[in-house]
Design a binder for this molecule. Structure first.
Ligand SMILES: NC(=O)c1ccc[n+]([C@@H]2O[C@H](COP(=O)([O-])OP(=O)(O)OC[C@H]3O[C@@H](n4cnc5c(N)ncnc54)[C@H](O)[C@@H]3O)[C@@H](O)[C@H]2O)c1
Length: 437
């Protein structure tokens, strides 16, 4: 005890404080008590600080509130049974077939492209993080559809390098069809981080893994007509300026085009960007006007139809999903091999960019009239000024380059395409089993 005391006595007290003229015994006891109290006090302070730091630190929160982080959650993947499913889904079943990793496979375009590839005997493996930007049950229903035709969708994020590397270890993909992205123009004002996460960081991560894969795959990926932004020259040609984006979504897609250039230039990756123009059709996206107009017209709710300054018409070059799928497959089929290996470029590689539109813009008010006829319900129209939240007044694709190089020839007009969409919509949401939106 005395040894312990003398040891504690050696802990220096704060100089200049608590100087009392006491007997050596009392003096020693007091010093011991005061040092112990101080030690306890500072230990508690230290512990308290650690706890405050721990609970306030964003990375310690298991359920992050920031929606841009929601897809960072961990997914279950790996193991022999999982690898077997991956291999089987990606197995080529036709002569001259290709094996394709389709990112965003549970999405609108991804589902249609995956199904079309599988139908012709190509190997297809899907990847999707099933985020809740729109009703995830629609993504699950698309997944079930693909499952029935033998396409497995791995649940994971394109930002997960370990997962991507594993997929390339299990399958030597010849092609990547990259469709995973944060889509939608208006949501960018609500959750800008999700656009950076998926459209920039995720794209770079995917390209990093592709560049190191052996053999390197050829990559076809979705850009967007939104890169034309405030461009007023019509129809939009691939040679037109694209440096005036009107939304963060457009800016991230434009950034993707520049990033693609870099990976082509440095690593010899074969890259083809496709600028889609307002894609619509069965299994479509609930955040798009044709989809929620249908829902709201059926519910008897009023719909907002935008007009530009001086009663200017807002129009879109609506493109039917089957035409887009044909363009995607043609891009995959004409893609040359990447030239790099071991992460090093061995020669110049293909770099392409195409508009995939319908080259026939339709005013949004005409879209509503077609829907009214198909649904046999009059819409409650609420004409409003086009807000400055990223939407542009019109889009119109010049598709001559895609026509020449891909044999791309859209063949579905809006009336025909919407008829197919409405038929699907009514059967999918029939009987009040599923409530749209
Ligand atoms: N539909 C259109 O009109 C249109 C127009 C222009 C461009 N595009 C582009 O085409 C592509 C497909 O669009 P869509 O309409 O099918 O959209 P979608 O939202 O239906 O599909 C995208 C899919 O990607 C998944 N995803 C998003 N971020 C991911 C991530 N980080 N990791 C893994 N999966 C992720 C989503 O869960 C979703 O299922 C997108 O790149 C989009 O930007 C679409």
């Amino acid at each position: 005890m005395s040894k312990q005391m003398s040891h504690l006595d050696n802990i220096p007290s704060t100089p200049g404080k608590f100087k009392m003229d006491k007997s050596p015994y009392i003096h020693n006891r007091l010093r011991w008590h005061s040092s112990l109290a101080k030690l306890t006090f500072w230990s508690f302070m230290f512990l308290g600080l650690i706890l405050i730091f721990f609970f306030r630190s964003p990375s310690s929160n298991p359920l992050p509130q920031d929606p841009s982080r929601r897809s960072l959650r961990t997914y279950n993947w790996g193991g022999p049974a999982w690898e077997k499913r991956v291999r089987s889904s990606a197995r080529i079943r036709s002569r001259n077939g290709i094996s394709v990793l389709v990112t965003g496979a549970a999405g609108f375009v991804g589902t249609h492209v995956s199904a079309a590839l599988k139908r012709r005997g190509d190997g297809v493996l899907g990847l999707d993080n099933f985020n809740d930007y729109y009703d995830p049950s629609l993504k699950r229903a698309r997944q079930a559809l693909l499952e029935r035709s033998g396409v497995f969708i791995v649940e994971g994020d394109i930002n997960d390098s370990a997962l991507l590397r594993k997929l390339f270890e299990v399958v030597a993909f010849t092609h990547v069809m990259h469709l995973a992205a944060q889509a939608g123009v208006r949501y960018a004002m609500e959750n800008p981080g999700s656009y950076v996460h998926s459209n920039i960081a995720g794209f770079v991560n995917l390209l990093e893994v592709c560049k190191s894969a052996n053999p390197q795959p050829a990559i076809v990926w979705a850009s967007s007509s939104s890169v034309y932004g405030l461009n007023t020259k019509v129809p939009f040609s691939e040679r037109d300026r694209t440096d005036q984006p009107a939304s963060l979504y457009a800016a991230t897609k434009k950034a993707g085009e520049e990033i693609a250039h870099t990976y082509n230039h440095i690593y010899g990756l074969s890259l083809t960007g496709l600028r889609f123009f307002t894609v619509y059709g069965p299994w479509g996206r609930p955040d798009m006007a044709y989809f929620f107009f249908t829902r709201d017209i059926l519910k008897g709710k009023s719909i907002s139809i935008f007009e530009a300054a001086n009663h200017g018409t807002v129009a879109r070059d609506f493109t039917y999903i089957d035409d887009i799928v044909k363009g995607c497959l043609a891009a995959l089929d004409t893609a040359e091999k990447s030239t790099g290996s071991g992460g090093k470029k061995k020669g110049p590689a293909q770099l392409r960019l195409f508009n995939l539109g319908n080259t026939s813009p339709v005013p949004v008010s005409d879209l509503v009239s077609i829907l009214e006829r198909l649904l046999k319900v009059n819409a409650k129209r609420n004409i409003m000024k086009l807000p400055r939240n990223g939407d542009v007044q019109f889009t119109h694709a010049n598709i001559s380059l895609a026509q020449r190089e891909l044999g791309y020839k859209p063949s579905t007009d809006l009336q025909t395409g919407l008829k197919k969409f409405v038929r699907w919509y009514l059967s999918y949401y029939s009987g009040g089993k599923k409530a749209a939106g």
